[in-house]
Ligand binder design. Structure first.
Ligand code: AMP
Ligand code: GLY
Length: 426
């Protein structure tokens, strides 16, 4: 089977690495990919949102499956674009329909879906220009911290945790009146702040059945000890020690199963990954968010633990045969450490050479590329997050040490990483 994978980050390199090992994958294309994915298949110079160009490529190359990495093409309806085109409808698209992708594309839709299906989540209200004054009154009366969320996609920046009413009011005005996040913040979800620890869960569903991939925890802050600015993610660990069997059972019965049932009841086509952002408050799980894709950098920690053939698994998804599948998971810990450009998440320069990549053996660790590109045989930095180094260990700290050792060998000017990923679990 010829597979086309969409995206260009560390998540996509991990998926490309895994798909390239599938006995079902005769040829792998990655659009647009990065320097790492070029080693797993053929990079194609098309962006994931260029649907017409993707169509032409799929027809020309007789692609049989499209695996969608990032959320944007899903929210823009790539699944429906393929399903509604007679030349494309036989191609299996791994990812939800446009309606299903609203679980990520609209926070208000996600919250009302949770309410309709009795899924535990933070209490909330939604406001826009029409009920703006009610929103102001609500914020004045509500204890802080309080969470403001732009309804639409805002490149991961649309959630603001406000510590006092003055800040909350100012952000509320910026979002709704001044279009801080463009159309995405025309509507704002105002949510109760929950105190607890977070975990990322990954469900793969065929619309009727599901399997759970290993859980992971990501580290979003730039600085050691979870200090400083938010980033796209500085590292991840899997499994997560506080997710024990009883807690997982609560997640399954209260969140996962009502979600899958809810999608089916509402006739929402969903054949793909669902990312659940769960917070553990005392011993109870609450759903903070849905994403309609895998997480990054969680994927780089999760996918290496999966022993199944990913191609076979995705064929089972497309044929609604996931009930026949049993996942086999490597019991060892994985730790992913992300190396970023100097200055990230603020301004940073690109184009620095990355050295030492040819000195790494695959059995030491896996070097996934995030923001890289090839030029004249050299690998250059090409983004804020540059590499994601995943190592296995009998313990989390052993895996951390291995990834850190790799980052002593693989170097680029000004590259920075957090050496304390998973620190709570050492
Ligand atoms: P999101 O963009 O929805 O992933 O939210 C970003 C981050 O904001 C989450 O990962 C949480 O750390 C935090 N967050 C979102 N909603 C809440 C909430 N209701 N209570 C506490 N923290 C939250
Ligand atoms: N690591 C969080 C995300 O992918 O949204």
């Amino acid at each position: 089977m010829k597979i086309l994978l969409l995206g260009s980050g560390g998540r996509e390199h991990a998926l490309a690495w895994k798909l390239s090992q599938s006995t079902h994958c005769s040829q792998l294309f990655i659009a647009p990919g990065n320097a790492g994915t070029a080693g797993c298949g053929t990079n194609v110079d098309i962006l994931p949102t260029q649907f017409e160009e993707l169509k032409k490529f799929c027809v020309e190359q007789a692609v049989e499956m499209v695996v969608v990495g990032p959320e944007e093409p899903l929210v823009k309806g790539i699944y429906d674009f393929f399903a509604e085109d007679e030349n494309l409808r036989n191609i299996a698209v791994i990812g939800p329909s446009k309606e299903g992708a609203r679980l990520e594309g609209s926070k208000a839709f996600a919250k009302s879906f949770m309410l309709r299906h009795g899924i535990p989540t933070a209490a909330y209200k939604e406001f826009d220009l029409d009920n703006y004054e009610q929103g102001v009154a609500y914020l004045q009366a509500h204890p802080t911290p309080i969470v403001l969320k732009a309804d639409g996609l805002a490149a991961g920046k649309g959630v603001i945790i406000c510590q006092n009413p003055v800040e909350a009011m100012a952000e509320f005005e910026l979002m709704i009146q001044q279009s801080k996040f463009g159309d995405a913040s025309k509507k704002v979800v105002v949510e109760e702040f929950l105190t607890g620890i977070e975990v990322s869960l990954f469900v793969l569903t065929d619309g009727l059945h599901y399997v759970m991939l290993p859980e992971a925890k990501d580290y979003k802050r730039i600085g050691v000890g979870d200090k400083g600015l938010n980033t796209g993610g500085m590292g991840a660990v899997s499994p997560v020690p506080f997710v024990d069997k009883p807690f997982m059972k609560k997640i399954i019965t209260r969140i996962v199963e009502p979600t899958i049932r809810g999608l089916a009841e509402e006739n929402i086509n969903y054949k793909g990954f669902i990312f659940l952002g769960v917070i553990k408050v005392k011993d109870e799980p609450y759903l903070i968010e849905y994403n309609c894709r895998l997480g990054d950098p969680e994927t780089e920690a999760v996918i290496p633990r999966l022993r199944n053939d990913l191609g076979a698994l995705l064929i089972a998804v497309s044929q609604q045969r996931l009930s026949d599948v049993k996942l086999e998971i490597d019991p060892r810990d994985t730790v992913t450490i992300v190396a970023v450009s100097k200055g990230y998440p603020g301004e940073y320069e690109k184009g620095f050479e990355i050295e030492g990549l040819d000195m790494i053996r695959e059995d030491d660790a896996i070097v996934f590329h995030a923001g890289t590109r090839l030029e004249d045989g050299k690998t250059l930095t090409n983004g804020g997050r540059v590499l994601a180094i995943t190592s296995f260990g009998k313990t989390i700290s052993q895996a951390v040490e291995k990834s850190k050792a790799i980052l002593e060998i693989v170097q680029s000017e000004g590259m920075y990483y957090r050496g304390d990923i998973g620190y709570e679990f050492y």
